[in-house]
Ligand binder design. Sequence first.
Ligand SMILES: Nc1ncnc2c1ncn2[C@@H]1O[C@H](COP(=O)(O)OP(=O)(O)O)[C@@H](O)[C@H]1O
Ligand SMILES: [Mg+2]
Length: 618
Amino acid sequence: MNAPLSPIRAIQQLPDNLISQIAAGEVVERPSAVVKELLENALDAGATQITVRLEQGGVKRIAITDNGRGIAPEQLPLALARHATSKISSLHDLENVATLGFRGEALASIASVSQLTLTSRTADAGHASEIDGSTLAVTPSSGAQGTTVDVQDLYFNTPARRKFLKSDQTEFGHCAEVVRRIALARPDVSFSLTHNGKTVDHWIITEIGKRSASILGNEFANARLALDEGAGPLRLHGFVGLPTASKARADAQYFYVNGRFVRDKLLVHAVRAAYQDVLHGDRYPSYVLGLDLDPALVDVNVHPSKIEVRFRDSRAVHQFVFHAVSRALAQTSATSFGATPAPLPSPSGAMPWIRGSQEHLQAILQPGVQVPQQQTSFGPQFAPAANGVAQTTANYGALFTDNQRVAANYPTALQPASQTLPSDDFPLGFALAQLHGIYILAQNTKGLVLVDMHAAHERILYEQLKGALDEDAMQVQPLLIPVTFFADAVEVGTAEENQETLHALGFDIAAISPTTLAVRSVPALLKNADAQTLARDVLRDVREFGGSRVLVERRNELLGTLACHTAVRANRSLTAPEMNALLRQMEATERADQCNHGRPTWSQLALSDLDKLFLRGQ
Ligand SMILES: Nc1ncnc2c1ncn2[C@@H]1O[C@H](COP(=O)(O)OP(=O)(O)O)[C@@H](O)[C@H]1O
Ligand SMILES: [Mg+2]
């Protein structure tokens, strides 16, 4: 049955105001969005002092005053015109945009759904001028340098939209949260917020430590770690809360990219993964983190509200953020447990694969090779203590049998390139010792090699997983006894809906009751990992990254997480043969893939560099 056809209408250009009203649906979906747009305009205008006055949750009135550079009277109508902006003028500007706004549609959209007046005065103007949003008439007015945007009766002319608004208190809550977000990013600006005539918040100009303490409270201020790390074009700074400052809800997570508050799955995921070892799954970490990078490396024009971003190299960003936060968190572990290289007690009881040298050895050494060892250079102090790992090459080789079977099925690119490698030339040399459970020190012909053990192992595993998936040759390890665990409805649903994706990754996770999942197989490369933890992580990633998309767009992030969770942890003591095995694998992997994502895994200190330290030969 056909529905009755409506009469054909001619195609017409929509009137400007209607276009703005349509756009308003996206840009200013509720009062807090208006607050955000106006605050961003004030900051873009260089304001150092901003006042926000709200009435009835912002629905009745939002008035924001700043002391920024103001708008010249003749420009006032343009400020309210659609697609008019002073912030960009070319595609090149757009790709390098450093201001918060650039779309030139906020004021036009807001004006189309409210009674708006804008009063402004520049430094060289004799007096302020005011423009009426509906008539666009400009009249002289009074006031100091800066701008006041007064928005009254939001959505008065779009009752449908108005109906969707919640109670005044709820709307006010959203507005206050927006002010907090922006105030956290800009401690160099003072903010005050009043609601129905009462002052709710007032933050004076200060530095980020104090600003974040006053906004997030003592709980956070007393249990946080400062962080400031850079790598190439990336810099991450701010504070991460200790596990004691974690919360039952994810409401103290503030992430900024180039000063812009964002909610980005990738970043949230990277931070959460870093907390993996120290936080139970049902607790949410608190943090205030800023990621700064060249604006050209991130697209902020993904959504009109600009709350989502897209990174040019998302894997590198994920890795960098993950590692920077992990390191910050690991520092406390190191201090609180002393510098002993013993395995850290893991609060969540996860990571059992780092225990037991035999198992660990298999985990760390994947495709088997006869690992050349420099026998003579290991003093007795490097003899593996009571763990029974033989140190001679011959005995050591015997431990590989299991892995060799796995290795045989790997794509050739990942096989150690022994044929191209002169047998007496090992670029990364031979292990001498391990430093603070983090670095391997090795000697090669040039001098000293420093290897970040976790990063290196992670990289190797990552390449192996990627290779296996690329070749559709993910080896599966069936579990003799399936691992069953209690799962919530979301986990069970995710497992059921994504069987194909899970299979492609080498997982067999089946629902055996509405609340129980059984892991029946895992990827062979990860077989030493804890099956339950692994299954939970994979399900979480699959759900978060969106089902089958995980294998396409988000594949590398997922593999990165898997590799990272399985890679040897900091503070693990490795035996010399283990360290050498890692070096040999790195040589094979580096050659297999020259592109160097994220941070480096090793660094060379030449003898001449060392000589310089001691003023030798000068
Ligand atoms: N508080 C303010 N102080 C100075 N200029 C402002 C202010 N708010 C808006 N403007 C001017 O009005 C223009 C339009 O603002 P808007 O519609 O928010 O678009 P956008 O911020 O994307 O440029 C801005 O480009 C800016 O030149
Ligand atoms: Mg704007």
